[in-house]
Design a protein around this ligand. Structure first.
Ligand code: DHB
Ligand code: MG
Length: 217
């Protein structure tokens, strides 16, 4: 199979299982118009996040890495009107784009955007999160996993994005800090007794990548 077939199949799955959604499309249009990188989760992955929240019954969700708010909208819809999503974004310009799109999607009242670097913002948060989605600078993955455990509880679901990175994580000589940070995060999920985890590689509109999923023990 080829990356073209992966992408076409992913689009078929999204069209067949998810369909189009005006607010999500508008969030992507706004993100692109503002020049943000096109690295939001694929539609099938956004839907997976939404389903994981609903399957786990999570009501308090923490997202690290808001970007333009696309995944945030998927999460916010899933927590329901009484639920809350706290999302941490280092770039004020990204946060402004996200704020507008999240509000336009009608879920603004359940989303709290905290602007600042994770390492600065996370220590200020009140814990009790039921699900944590980590999708920010890969160099800080171990810091974010540590905070996810501290701000969660036994049973908290953790999803860590971008674990495949085109297979680069198995190159022992990798110097790219994103690759090293990704691998360090996976090793932490394997070794740290606070977590029980697995990971799945994915192919699709974003190429060859994947995500890890863990539970706080
Ligand atoms: C990158 C970051 C992401 O969160 C993603 O999903 C894809 C790529 C990156 O920084 O390269
Ligand atoms: Mg990502």
């Amino acid at each position: 199979s080829t990356p073209a077939a992966w992408s076409q199949t992913d689009s078929f799955l999204a069209d067949t299982l998810i369909g189009s959604d005006a607010h999500l499309e508008a969030a992507l249009t706004a993100q692109r118009a503002a020049g943000l990188p096109e690295i939001e989760v694929a539609p099938v992955a956004g839907k997976l996040l939404n389903l994981l929240v609903r399957i786990s019954g999570a009501r308090r969700v923490l997202e690290i890495g808001t970007l333009g708010g696309y995944s945030t909208i998927w999460l916010a819809r899933a927590v329901g009107p009484e639920g809350r999503v706290v999302t941490v974004e280092a770039e004020p310009d990204n946060a402004a784009v996200a704020r507008a799109s999240i509000d336009a999607a009608g879920v603004g009242d359940r989303v709290d955007i905290r602007v600042g670097r994770g390492a600065d913002v996370l220590p200020s948060l009140v814990g009790g999160f039921d699900l944590v989605f980590i999708d920010a600078d890969k160099e800080s993955n171990t810091i974010y996993l540590d905070w996810a455990a501290k701000l969660g509880h036994a049973g908290t679901v953790i999803v860590l994005d971008n674990i495949g990175r085109e297979g680069e994580i198995v190159r022992e000589d990798a110097v790219d800090p994103k690759v090293v940070g990704t691998r360090d995060g996976l090793r932490m999920l394997g070794e740290d007794p606070r977590f029980d985890a697995t990971a799945l590689q994915t192919v699709g509109v974003k190429g060859w990548d994947g995500f890890a999923i863990a539970v706080v023990v």
